[in-house]
Ligand binder design. Structure first.
Ligand SMILES: CC(C)(COP(=O)(O)OP(=O)(O)OC[C@H]1O[C@@H](n2cnc3c(N)ncnc32)[C@H](O)[C@@H]1OP(=O)(O)O)[C@@H](O)C(=O)NCCC(=O)NCCS
Length: 189
């Protein structure tokens, strides 16, 4: 199993037994507000999709279950995915997305996980740039991205599935910035 570690977390591949924990995460209203709402069957399909990607080892974009070492508990996910389809991205750019169990918010876990994924993306996958978007109302997500070394790029209107429009912020980090942050030692240890 392809595993990444941080001080407090293990970022591991998904297993078929993960869907109930993911459903618990996705079904909390504070999380569901910012990720696509899923019923149990959809959540099972979501995990199955991750298993298929892991099995085929392609495409490169990769998803990880976030496990809290201290409790040996799956508390979230973080993934690199194609593409944002919004604003002026660069070829090969990958999008980060993530969610954390509501009970574990505000303790720096996701910024720790995202920093590790950023390192993985630049040092192992050798992608040129990462981006992430969040609704402008999602202050925790925007702040988390800043803590993970990402830089505000733009605010734009995104067309939702129901054809309404919602304002989103877009954050980015490219390899040059990542390497500069590593040299300064402030964000990436
Ligand atoms: C976004 C999310 C993953 C953040 O996870 P997390 O582990 O709590 O994030 P961190 O603790 O690393 O950082 C959050 C930061 O936002 C800050 N924050 C949270 N809510 C805030 C608010 N309402 N106003 C100002 N700051 C806020 C926290 O204080 C923290 O900053 P600090 O350490 O400087 O104090 C989590 O809130 C989540 O799962 N949200 C629902 C799903 C989601 O939004 N996914 C992303 C879709 S774009």
């Amino acid at each position: 199993m392809n595993t990444l570690t941080t001080k407090r977390l293990i970022l591991r591949e998904f297993t078929g037994m993960d869907w109930p924990a993911m459903y618990e995460i996705f079904s909390h209203p504070d999380v569901a507000r910012y990720v696509y709402p899923m019923n149990e069957a959809q959540c099972r399909d979501w995990v199955t999709d991750k298993l298929k990607q892991q099995y085929s080892r392609k495409p490169i974009p990769t998803s990880r279950a976030v496990v809290l070492r201290e409790e040996d508990r799956l508390i979230g996910y973080v993934q690199l995915a194609w593409p944002l389809g919004v604003g002026g991205g660069v070829p090969g750019q990958l999008a980060l997305d993530y969610a954390l169990h509501r009970s574990y918010w505000g303790r720096g876990y996701m910024s720790e996980a995202v920093r590790r994924m950023i390192r993985f993306a630049f040092e192992t996958l050798d992608v040129p740039q990462l981006a992430a978007i969040c609704e402008t109302s999602n202050v925790a997500s925007a702040r988390m991205m800043e803590k993970a070394g990402m830089v505000y790029a733009q605010t734009f209107m995104k067309l939702e599935r129901d054809l309404s429009e919602t304002p989103y912020h877009r954050y980015e980090i490219d390899k040059a910035r990542y390497e500069a942050e590593v040299r300064h030692g402030t964000i990436f240890d």
